[in-house]
Design a binder for this molecule. Structure first.
Ligand SMILES: Cc1cc2nc3c(=O)[nH]c(=O)nc-3n(C[C@H](O)[C@H](O)[C@H](O)COP(=O)(O)OP(=O)(O)OC[C@H]3O[C@@H](n4cnc5c(N)ncnc54)[C@H](O)[C@@H]3O)c2cc1C
Length: 565
């Protein structure tokens, strides 16, 4: 059942086996899993089916440095389905190495291994509608598939890694009917959790406070409570729930909100590949089951370990859009239309602090005017394969006419305790303290990507088929021009065995609170090269398994049906 929280009488106390707070992919995957096991679930979601500006404003907060981090009400969606309402759908698992303690990545090491998560990845792939759990080109595309760059062979650089693309699946729209029909789940929309109340001994959740924007207040008392509110709100709710534990829940060692990570990302350098354009697998390929896939370059794990490099990938990319010397009508058209594109996708079409001159504008207009064939072909393709398609063409890819590319880097960020989110002294309309975000990167993050680029450059040169150069002096600017990679909010309630340095244990349970669990990227101790959502979903499904064992048999039929429907 899905209903509006305003239909719940003021002052009620709702009961279920599990209360999940937040209906993004983490919360929805867990609710589906638990309901299939017969447990009753109360799924409290702040947002509605459609975007609601007043609800979205509950995400507002401050950032320490606007150049480094977007405002927190951007790059997130407070609505049913969470940020999958606008995500790009890029899916790939973490690498086995990501889970290991690496001496050269401070604070690295998960208390679980890749093998612990592996059983849950295929179902996560299914829920994301990303096809088979198969992320190597030869397995996913067939043994006879051509290499990324013909003639380029290296033991130090892998080119057979794939990313697969979800539709992109909007988890709210896709799973609403299933959640509506299952008798085990009650979804309440417009239900804002404003606090988690602990027992006086601080060892268990007593109740969860809920408010709607129209003033209805009620609570939920469930056997288990799970926070699935995203990487930033998790820290906010834990810190703001400070009536019994003044420092906030799970925060006796001042770890909640610290070690905040995103990804280090930017377009770098010039890659020139010899030979005909057919030698390069640039852009998207369709797997046999019809999923868009894309190749990527990565330094092999053994080489990362030998050189002390954190994990990163590179994709072949077109030249910088803002610079009209590319002479592409499509890119110039995108640049000129950037104000019409949503904040999240338009941001990277602005060139940070550097200003575009009127001569640049004129050259962009000229590019469009003198490139009508490509521009029209692009618009037709975009209309049929993106705007009107159910499974959308993932992004703009230009026809490769010159074998010249830049590299789009996406790298792990080394965790550091001073990169953090905390509560500000401002409050939102529900009386909750807003967030203050102080995201930081370190010199080691930049140097590690420099090391990766140097390996790529050496291996291209050694192969004789390609040349890669980059602007060594301006690398930091290239990688931080747009600040933290938006949308990936990681590490604010990290997982670990030692409660002095972590917030949840290997089962995602808040160390000292035996019925409070966290689902989402807040628990990732390190960020990997991978986009987070597939791993968020896999961890949620693993949590479903954990909770089923802990709960034993379902006990609590959901009270909403009985008393209020
Ligand atoms: C533009 C963009 C592109 C992206 N592209 C990709 C991509 O290609 N690949 C990838 O892996 N990831 C991508 N991401 C990231 C991805 O969207 C997130 O990783 C994912 O949505 C996180 O899922 P979640 O369920 O943990 O949190 P969310 O999706 O943030 O969901 C949290 C839910 O909790 C609700 N909530 C919050 N606070 C409360 C409260 N107090 N009470 C009740 N409910 C509350 C919210 O309304 C929301 O529905 C992208 C993100 C953006 C913004």
């Amino acid at each position: 059942m899905i209903c509006n929280a305003d239909s719940i009488p003021n002052g009620s106390c709702l009961r279920a086996d599990v209360c999940i707070i937040g209906a993004g992919p983490a919360g929805i995957a867990l609710a589906l899993d638990l309901s299939e096991r017969g447990f009753s679930v109360l799924l409290l979601e702040s947002g509605f089916m459609e975007e609601n500006p007043t609800t979205q404003r509950l995400y507002e907060g401050d950032v320490a440095d606007k150049k480094l981090h977007s405002p927190p009400d951007k790059y997130r969606q407070r609505r049913f389905g969470g940020s999958t309402a606008i995500w790009g759908g890029r899916c790939m698992p973490f690498d086995p190495l990501d889970f290991e303690a690496r001496s050269y990545v401070q604070h690295s090491g998960w208390p679980i291994s890749y093998d612990d998560l592996l059983p849950y990845y295929p179902r996560a792939n299914d829920l994301a509608e990303a096809g088979r759990f198969s992320y190597r080109a030869e397995d996913a595309l067939g043994a006879d598939t051509l290499p990324l760059i013909r003639g380029f062979e290296s033991e130090r650089v892998l080119t057979n890694g794939l990313e697969r693309f979800s539709c992109p699946t909007h988890f709210g729209n896709r799973y609403a009917r299933q959640l509506q029909l299952t008798p085990y789940v009650n979804v309440l929309l417009g239900a804002n959790c404003t606090g988690i109340r602990l027992q006086p001994n601080k060892m268990a959740v007593r109740t969860v406070d809920v408010q709607t924007l129209t003033g209805t207040r009620f609570s939920a008392t469930c056997r288990i409570t799970v926070l699935a509110v995203g990487g930033l709100e998790t820290a906010r709710l834990l810190l703001a729930s400070n009536d019994v534990a003044p420092e906030g829940i799970g925060n006796s060692h001042d770890v909640v909100g610290r070690y905040y990570m995103c990804h280090i990302a930017g377009n770098v350098g010039r890659l020139t590949i010899k030979g005909p354009t057919e030698n390069v697998k640039h852009g998207y390929e369709l797997s046999p089951e019809g999923i868009y896939c894309r190749r990527r370059l990565a330094v092999a794990p053994a080489e990362q370990q030998r050189l002390g490099l954190s994990n990163a990938v590179a994709r072949l990319h077109f030249p910088r859009i803002t610079d009209p010397v590319h002479r592409s009508g499509v890119l110039s058209g995108l640049f000129l239309a950037r104000r019409l594109i949503s904040y999240e996708y338009g941001k990277r079409l602005n060139d940070g602090n550097s200003s575009t001159t009127s001569a640049d504008y004129a050259r962009h207009v000229l590019n469009v005017a003198t490139d009508p064939v490509d521009t029209t072909a692009f618009l037709m393709h975009w209309l049929s394969h993106r705007s009107l398609a159910d499974r959308k063409y993932p992004s703009v890819i230009l026809r490769n006419r010159t074998n010249r590319f830049s590299l789009e880097m996406h790298g792990e960020q080394i965790p550091q305790c001073n990169s953090r989110v905390k509560l500000s002294d401002k409050i939102d309309t529900l009386g909750m303290p807003k967030l203050h975000i102080d995201w930081r990167y370190s010199n080691s993050d930049i140097e590690s990507i420099r090391g990766t680029l140097n390996v790529l450059s050496q291996e291209f040169a050694a192969s004789g088929v390609a040349r890669f150069e980059y602007d060594d002096e301006n690398l930091e600017e290239d990688l931080t021009r747009f600040g933290a990679y938006g949308g990936h909010h990681i590490g604010t309630a990290r997982m670990g065995n030692n409660e002095r340095f972590s917030v949840v244990n290997a089962e995602c349970q808040v160390h000292t609170v035996n019925n409070l669990f966290i689902s989402g990227s807040a628990v990732f101790p390190t960020s990997s090269q991978a986009n987070p959502t597939l791993t968020i979903i896999a961890l949620s499904l693993r949590l479903g398994h954990t909770l089923a064992k802990k709960l034993g048999t379902p006990q609590q039929a959901s009270v909403i049906d009985r008393e209020f429907a």
